[in-house]
Design a protein around this ligand. Structure first.
Ligand code: MG
Ligand code: MG
Length: 260
């Protein structure tokens, strides 16, 4: 069952979603070679709690972290720990917060130091595919239109779109109906209507689309060992133009400052 949100609820959810962006920006300030991923998790947890919110992932299904931190061939759901970031890594960081009864959910893939041109393009095109998906998230379209937009954008470059994990409705629960796959056919699936709030989150592999779960019960890796990128926004469906509730603005201003 889809939980439709009122305008008031969407505004509450915008605040939760914006706090996710601020948290990721705070984490971004500490991204450099030599940092342990558990240290990033602590920074995020403290930042979220200082803003009178609750880390949305901590304890979710038993997940131990406040962030999912997935390095290189890890696609999503990486557990923060003793992994040390090094120059040339790419790191996907996914964050959720619960504030005033509503979740925000957003993710960004960062380059550590200098990455290859191939990886830089993977990141750029995966982020582009997120915005293609968002363009399709308008009243009267269907869920399949979002998946089609994402899939057709990245597959033209020969990338693999992960199918085992999908976007989702988000609200009072972190994961609500409907599922929002990153693949699909135009005109297929649930009709989109104002009041739906969904997390759109392309997971894209440089190589083939196949993935497996590590023995830790969480971490998803590419089967062929190729690197993967993951970007996510929380989005309210509207007529004409989707309303992006989360933001990359602060994250990208931190990245810009660090690079120059
Ligand atoms: Mg997420
Ligand atoms: Mg999500």
């Amino acid at each position: 069952m889809i939980c439709f949100k009122t305008e008031e609820e969407i505004e509450i959810q915008r605040k939760s979603s914006l706090l996710v962006g601020k948290t990721l920006a705070e984490v971004a300030r500490h991204l450099k070679p030599g940092v342990e991923t558990i240290a990033l998790d602590r920074i995020a947890e403290t930042f979220i709690r200082d803003h009178h919110a609750i880390p949305g992932f901590k304890g979710y299904g038993g997940f131990p972290g406040s962030l999912c931190i997935s390095v290189n061939d890890q696609v999503v759901h990486g557990i923060p720990g003793k992994t040390i970031l090094k120059d040339g890594d790419i790191v996907s960081i996914d964050c959720g917060v619960l504030m005033n009864g509503f979740y925000g959910d957003s993710a960004y893939t960062f380059a550590i130091g200098e990455v290859s041109e191939e990886i830089r393009l993977l990141m750029q095109r995966t982020k582009e595919s997120l915005y293609k998906g968002i363009e399709a998230a308008i009243e009267g379209n269907r869920i399949g239109d979002i998946g089609y937009a994402v899939q057709s954008h990245v597959e033209q470059y020969g990338y693999g779109v992960v199918r085992e994990l999908v976007g989702h409705g988000v609200g009072r629960k972190l994961h609500e109906a409907p599922e929002v796959p990153n693949y699909g056919r135009k005109g297929n699936g649930t009709r989109l209507r104002t009041g739906m709030v969904i997390a759109i989150e392309p997971m894209v592999n440089l190589g083939a689309r196949y993935v497996f779960q590590e023995d830790d019960g969480w971490t998803i890796r590419t089967k062929d060992g190729s690197p993967a990128a993951h970007y996510e926004h929380t989005v309210a469906v509207r007529a004409g133009k989707a309303d992006v509730l989360s933001s990359f603005e602060e994250i990208e201003s931190v990245i810009k400052n660090m690079n120059g």
